[in-house]
Design a protein around this ligand. Structure first.
Ligand code: UDP
Ligand code: MG
Length: 316
């Protein structure tokens, strides 16, 4: 099978018939063998019934339906587990992404050898309140992930070599960083294609402004994981040791002051009046905490099934 199209959707009943007909048209015109996997993310409208009707009329259409709304990432992950095509294409269900891009995306994966091609909505049809924070967000993501050539991390329209989707796990809200996940998994040939974008035709967006806060937090998590995920002691051990050292030096200062004052008749040094006393207490306790966090992290990793999985590119 050439192509699997994975479509996460949440309450998109109006768009589905049009989208599915459009995809079918593109696939037939190009002679692709394909499947469409709709992942219904717990829709409360008639989306699932609409999909049932579509599937009845076209054997290439399949669907999975969640019992409640879990989010776009879990929906994508579920679709990825089921995808059988050589190239896997994801797109939003709201008709903002155009199926006409599929043939060129397919070609970039199969001919140009890309592992992942991300769409770039160069000309966007979204409100300003979304496009400006998005610019900032993408700049940060580029910097942190080190994938310098991507302008639009969170574009719903993307194409993957099948192996890529089988080796990444999209959870929480991590769909915003799939290129980063792919890079961390060892897939480095990541490209971009300018794609057509349209204003939402039916329904409304499923994400609010909290997307930006959560987006940044997730980026922090990913960065931390990719840097210290399998060696937490390298960061916690270092911070712990530094704190402990500061605490220890502060203790020395306090001790010296005390001894000096004991040998003098007029000067009385009270431990609890010294800033060094509190500094030493706080730093030593925090240092110990950091150190223990690192150590416990290491113990957890020793038991993780992931600790020794590497992506092997070639064996000779
Ligand atoms: N979506 C989903 N689960 C959710 C939220 C969104 O499957 O909890 C789907 C949604 O139906 C659409 C895609 O993810 O197909 C992108 O969502 P949306 O168009 O609302 O995002 P925007 O275009 O505003 O970034
Ligand atoms: Mg949309």
């Amino acid at each position: 099978m050439d192509i699997s199209v994975v479509i996460p959707l949440y309450n998109e009943e109006e768009s589905l018939p049009e989208l599915s007909a459009w995809i079918e048209r593109v696939m037939q015109a190009n002679g692709f063998t394909y499947e469409v996997i709709f992942v219904d993310d717990g829709s409360t409208d008639r989306s699932l019934e609409v999909i049932r009707g579509l599937a009845a009329g076209n054997p290439n259409i399949h669907a999975v339906s969640f019992s409640r709304n879990y989010g776009k990432s879990p929906a994508l992950n579920t679709g990825f587990r089921r995808a059988k095509g050589d190239v896997v294409i994801t797109m939003d269900a709201d008709l903002q992404d155009s199926p006409d891009e599929i043939p060129e995306l397919y070609r970039m994966i199969t001919r140009d050898g890309y592992d992942l091609v991300s769409g770039w909505k160069k000309k966007r049809y979204d409100p300003l309140s979304k496009t400006i924070p998005t610019k900032l967000f993408n700049a940060t993501a580029r910097k942190v992930s080190g994938i310098k050539n991507l302008h639009d991390f969170n574009c719903g329209l993307k194409a993957y070599r099948n192996a890529v989707v089988k080796h990444i796990e999209v959870y929480g809200d991590m769909h915003r960083y799939i290129p980063y996940l792919a890079k961390n998994a060892g897939y480095r040939k990541i490209g971009e294609k300018v794609v057509q974008h349209q204003a939402r035709k039916y329904g409304r967006t499923k994400f609010g402004l909290d997307r930006f806060i959560n987006g940044y937090l997730d980026l922090g998590t990913l960065w931390f994981q990719s840097k210290f995920g399998v060696k937490p002691m390298h960061i916690f051990g270092l911070m712990g040791s530094l704190m402990f050292l500061i605490g220890f030096l502060a203790v020395l200062v306090v001790l010296v002051l005390k001894i000096v004052s004991m040998n003098s008749d007029t000067y009385h040094f009270y431990l609890t009046k010294s800033v060094y006393f509190y500094l030493s207490l706080a730093s030593m306790i925090m240092g110990l905490q950091f150190f223990l966090s690192g150590f416990i992290g290491e113990l957890i990793i020793r038991n993780s099934p992931e600790r020794n999985t590497y992506l092997i590119a070639e064996e000779i």
